[in-house]
Structures are given as C-alpha cells and as structure tokens.
Design a protein around this ligand. Structure first.
Ligand code: FES
Length: 124
C-alpha cells in the first residue's frame, strides 16, 4: 500500500479498500463499493479533507469522498453539508499491529478477516 493510492483487497470474498490516514498513519478500511453508484473506491484517489484534516478516499466516478469511518466528506456536485452527517459507507476497524499475508487485519463484525488463523498474534 502506498501513501497516495488506495489499495483494493479481496478478503475471503469481501472486497475492501485500504488507505492510510496521512496525519496518523493509521490504516483505514471501507467496503470497496461506493454507496452512490457502486464504483470501486480502490480505483479512486486520496485527498485530505480541508475541514476535518482526515484523509479520504475519493470515488473515481463522481468524486464523492469518504473518510475512514465512512463519513461522506465531499460531494463535488452539491453544496457542502447537504448530505448525511452519519457514516454511510461501511467501515471496518483495523488492527494497528496484526498482519495476515502482509496486510493489516480488519474486523468484519461477526466475521473475522483471519478465520484461518489467530491474527491477533500474527505480526510481520
Ligand atoms: S459512484 Fe461513487 S461517487 Fe458516484
């Protein structure tokens, strides 16, 4: 994963996009399907939202920008703030330390990304 390009990953059949927050270095994980029209967010770019300072992944289709918690931070065709304040993209907590196959471990609620192993102790 580079600092300036989101990375699409298939985790046991779940397509997710990983990107790194520029300020904290923390890995962020969202479903890799834009909630607007379904484009893969991993084909997009990254930007730092001027209001919050959070790194966002920008959808390649219409430019909607989402932070790592799934909040919509920008819609180029709409006036700022004319969209929900609650998270609308599915986000997944990422472990800061655990790795599986060289990738950070993310939680998918009742599912676990690393059913094949105990990722809480697997680090690289
Ligand atoms: S499909 Fe992503 S912004 Fe429209």
């Amino acid at each position: 994963m580079t600092a300036d390009k989101p990375l699409g990953v298939d985790v046991l059949g779940s397509k997710v996009v990983l990107f790194r927050d520029a300020a904290t270095g923390a890995v962020q994980c969202l479903d890799d399907t834009c909630v607007h029209r379904g484009a893969p967010l991993s084909g997009g770019s990254m930007t730092v939202h001027s209001g919050s300072g959070k790194t966002c992944v920008v959808c390649p289709y219409h430019g909607w920008a989402f932070d790592g918690e799934g909040h919509l931070k920008d819609v180029p065709s709409a006036e700022p703030g004319r969209w929900p304040k609650r998270p609308i993209a599915a986000s997944h907590p990422v472990s800061g330390q655990a790795r599986f196959a060289g990738l950070p471990c993310a939680s998918f609620g009742p599912r676990q990304c690393c059913r094949l192993t105990d990722c809480s102790s697997a680090t690289q």
